[in-house]
Design a protein around this ligand. Structure first.
Ligand code: GLC
Length: 418
């Protein structure tokens, strides 16, 4: 089959492009206001007021073993947890700040329990680490900062030293990559060099001292996968809340390793009143569409302030798991096909197996171009029941049952002739 020529990078992406499906977890103090993880920015919340969330953070039902089981049952193979989001609060026990879970009512290192639980279920471990920090006293006020519209910006910025902040990040990344065993992914977020507000500029690689930061990470954890959002191209390209319709390319046009990240609803952090939840069918299609363009999908859960998955997220995960139980062979180890699928069909391929995902179930016959003479055997994937086919004008014509099988997206597995 066609080999795709994907840009080589320093990180070990071989397992990653096999595994294809991971869980993103956005969890922090913003779970208490429960109205988006950017609430501090949106509402320009003062430190004093935001402190209330720190004081009331009490995730008494936090049981990451349950999270890990849910991720595994949904067919996910790795996870990425926000160890620190833009609000600056650390879920881990860092010696460089007091603004951490150990000093809340939780009273312990929540990252350690996540790592242990997910590792025990056999999932690979990722850490999200925010480059942005709306709490750190050395992080200069900028266009995204909650204090951006204050009158005394000059005064506020007088003693802030972004160099010290960059050092703080290196120190914390060192802790994260030293104290928790093998970490597979480091997910930095994000750069905005072109932002502007009242004469203030956004931040990017020079502010983060990105080269140093990445060097620190790579020295401690060779093979780790690092994303692109420091503004330096690394191992992973991360389109967010959009679905690419073809394989993602770097700035020079090379195919790259990529991962779409998507939410169940419109927010990453727990959002009580957000109602734009995607249906299981949309989510399963998202996964299929992603793999059909050679990518991975990182699907986000925003646990509540008590430490549980929202019931809406749990049901979505269960529905995906039900589909994956029977159809995951069309996902793991698969990539873009060498063949072009007709409208309402998506292909994925793994060597001599071509997977036909049927989005609009047809009346009895499904014709597939350019496959005449190439197919040895055809069956439904969910039950291994044979599908008869004939050949006509260079196509194969599959004879499908009248009634759509009870699968959100039915998949037909074609074995290609050697
Ligand atoms: C962003 C947002 C954010 C989220 C992330 C996930 O850029 O700032 O809140 O963590 O993307 O991709």
């Amino acid at each position: 089959m066609t080999e795709f020529n994907v840009r080589k990078t320093p990180g070990d992406t071989a397992w990653f492009t096999q595994d294809r499906f991971g869980m993103f977890i956005h969890w922090g103090l913003y779970a208490l206001p429960a109205r988006h993880e950017w609430v501090k920015n949106f509402e320009k919340t003062s430190e004093e007021k935001y402190q209330k969330y720190f004081e009331h953070f009490n995730p008494d039902l936090y049981d990451p073993k349950e999270w890990a089981r849910a991720a595994k049952a949904a067919g996910m193979k790795y996870a990425v947890l926000t160890t620190k989001h833009h609000e600056g609060f650390c879920l881990f026990d860092s010696q460089y700040t007091d603004y951490k879970a150990t000093n809340t009512l939780a009273g312990r290192d929540l990252v350690r329990e996540y790592v242990d639980a997910f590792r025990a279920e056999g999932l690979k471990i990722g850490f999200y680490y925010s480059l942005i920090d709306w709490h750190h006293p050395d992080f200069p006020i900028d266009p995204l900062h909650p204090r951006r519209d204050d009158d005394n910006i000059e005064e506020l910025n007088k003693n802030r030293d972004v160099r010290k902040y960059a050092k703080y990040m290196r120190d914390q990344v060192t802790e994260l990559l030293t104290n928790y065993g093998k970490i597979d992914i480091l997910w930095f977020d994000f750069s905005y060099p072109n932002a502007e507000h009242r004469g203030m500029k956004g931040k990017g690689k020079d502010d983060w001292e990105a080269e140093e930061l990445i060097k620190t990470a790579r020295t401690l954890m060779p093979g780790i996968i690092i994303d692109n959002r420091t503004e330096l191209e690394q191992d992973l390209w991360t389109p967010e809340q959009v679905q690419p319709t073809e394989w993602v390319r770097d700035s020079e046009g090379n195919l790259v390793v990529w991962e779409a990240c998507q939410t169940f609803s419109g927010s990453w952090g727990y959002h009580r009143d957000e109602s734009t939840w995607k249906t299981p069918e949309m989510l399963i299609r998202m996964l299929v569409n992603t793999v059909s363009c050679g990518g991975n999908l990182l699907l986000n859960v925003g646990p509540t302030a008590r430490g549980c998955f929202d019931s809406r997220a749990s049901s979505a995960l269960a529905a995906i798991g039900e589909w994956m139980k029977y159809n995951s062979r069309s996902i793991y180890g698969c990539t873009q096909s060498e063949f072009k699928a007709p409208t309402d069909v998506r292909y994925t391929q793994n060597g001599d197996k071509l997977y036909v995902h049927v989005y609009a179930y047809p009346y009895r016959l499904l014709a597939l171009d350019s496959l005449a003479g190439k197919v040895d055997y055809a069956q439904f994937l969910h039950d291994n029941s044979e599908i008869l086919f004939s050949e006509k004008d260079g196509k194969i014509v599959l004879e499908l049952p009248y009634v759509k099988p009870d699968q959100i997206v039915p998949v037909i597995e074609l074995t290609l002739k050697k």
